[in-house]
Design a protein around this ligand. Structure first.
Ligand SMILES: Nc1ncnc2c1ncn2[C@@H]1O[C@H](COP(=O)(O)OP(=O)(O)OP(=O)(O)O)[C@@H](O)[C@H]1O
Ligand SMILES: O=C(O)c1ccc[n+]([C@@H]2O[C@H](COP(=O)([O-])O)[C@@H](O)[C@H]2O)c1
Length: 213
């Protein structure tokens, strides 16, 4: 769907092809390589909509994770696979990072907030990403910029909870009983939710040969 803020050009900013949203909607951003996308991505997106009280979830399909040595399959292939897999009226797929020329999440969020000042973004991630979040570029800036929703992932609960980011920002952790108001919190704010877990990963699918580059 095309950009719904025709005035973007008039503000002197770039116009992007982004999903439609109404002002003040709470939008969860699930950044990922999606190499390939799988049922776990759909599952945590549905859980995030419910548990964090979100209006939409956007899958931000990354041109390439800056921390991963090997590049993923071509973006067009991953975008097409995401669109085929996810059939949900409130979950949308976007190649915003390729459009904006950003690869690091801190830059992506700054560009998105500039492009969509009326939206309330929440960054989403599986517990494995919280465990290594302190290795991300400008991760404290990300913490200051948007609330963060973390979803349980098999084998990752303890490493996430003991991670440097979790310990340093313990003061900003929202109790999981209050998860539905996460998107209304002033950052820094983050919340870990114990959702039913799905033991599936892109790595496993690639190893099984279910996805070729
Ligand atoms: N089964 C799952 N349970 C919880 N979170 C998940 C699951 N699968 C993916 N995620 C989360 O979704 C986001 C995007 O994941 P990504 O596209 O890297 O898939 P992946 O299965 O983790 O891939 P890979 O195995 O190649 O690392 C990340 O925040 C990741 O933590
Ligand atoms: O900004 C960073 O330094 C950074 C480092 C590692 C991962 N990320 C982002 O985290 C998201 C999940 O990555 P991945 O490869 O685990 O799917 C994806 O949007 C990446 O761009 C971002």
């Amino acid at each position: 769907m095309l950009d719904n803020e025709g005035a973007a050009g008039e503000r002197g900013t770039m116009t992007f092809d982004l999903p439609y949203h109404s002002p003040n909607q709470r939008i969860g951003l699930l950044g990922g390589s999606y190499d390939p996308p799988h049922a776990g991505h759909v599952h945590i997106s549905r859980e995030a909509l419910k548990r964090f009280g979100l209006d939409q979830v956007w899958w931000l399909v990354s041109p390439g994770n800056p921390l991963k040595k090997h590049g993923p399959a071509p973006l067009v292939k991953r975008m097409a696979a995401c669109r085929t897999l996810v059939r949900h009226p409130r979950i949308h797929v976007s190649d915003f990072e390729a459009q904006a020329g950003t690869r690091y999440t801190a830059q992506t969020l700054a560009a998105l907030q500039k492009a969509r000042p009326a939206a309330q973004f929440v960054w989403l991630m599986g517990a494995d990403n919280l465990a290594q979040f302190d290795q991300w570029q400008d991760w404290r800036q990300i913490m200051k910029c948007v609330p963060i929703g973390v979803l349980a992932r098999p084998g990752q609960r303890i490493s996430a909870r003991m991670s440097k980011a979790a310990r340093m920002y313990d003061f900003a952790r929202l109790d999981m009983r209050d998860s539905r108001v996460l998107g209304h919190q002033q950052p820094p704010a983050w919340c870990f939710v114990n959702v039913p877990m799905m033991d599936i990963s892109s790595t496993h699918l690639r190893q099984k040969g279910a996805w070729t580059q």
